[in-house]
Design a protein around this ligand. Structure first.
Ligand SMILES: [Mg+2]
Length: 160
């Protein structure tokens, strides 16, 4: 089940540090939203605000790519002026591939950040990016469909 194995596993998005990004020559982060940058339906907190400021100050682009609605994505991204795309249909790579073209970034300069193996990690791999898996935020707020997938993810991880 190596297809689902991320390049890196971290606790939290703030572990994606400037040093890590520099070492990996990353100029763009394609990130999932729900349970990755904020709990379901939540907005960015102080930690997110500070992390985003550091990225901006270092010319690292953050692009939110979610399977949730555009409305949800906009509520999160607009206060920060972050490009955000809803209904990305992850793990299918086609919509994100066209976003990459539009923004003008290459997979070799990018990483994919997310909390789910079947959507985020797989999508990043299909896009030939390095992938970073983080522990889900606010797991108690997740819909049952997501919780069900967590069980499957745990079985796959046992096979690594
Ligand atoms: Mg998620």
């Amino acid at each position: 089940m190596k297809i689902f194995k991320p390049s890196y596993e971290f606790e939290h998005f703030t572990d994606v540090s400037l040093q890590f990004l520099k070492d990996n020559n990353v100029h763009a982060i394609f990130s999932d939203l729900d349970s990755t940058l904020a709990a379901h339906d939540q907005l960015g907190d102080d930690q997110f605000t500070r992390w985003h400021e550091r990225l901006e100050a270092n010319q690292i682009k953050l692009i939110v790519v979610s399977n949730n609605s555009q409305g949800r994505v906009d509520r999160f991204t607009k206060p920060y002026n972050i490009p955000g795309y809803g209904r990305c249909n992850k793990p299918a790579p086609s919509k994100i591939r066209s976003i990459m073209k539009e923004i003008g970034v290459k997979e070799t300069d990018s990483i994919f950040l997310g909390d789910q193996l079947f959507t985020d990690v797989l999508c990043g791999k299909l896009l030939k990016m390095k992938t970073v898996l983080v522990k889900p935020l606010g797991i108690e707020h997740e819909p049952w469909t997501v919780r069900w997938k967590r069980g499957l993810e745990a079985s796959i991880k046992k096979m690594w």
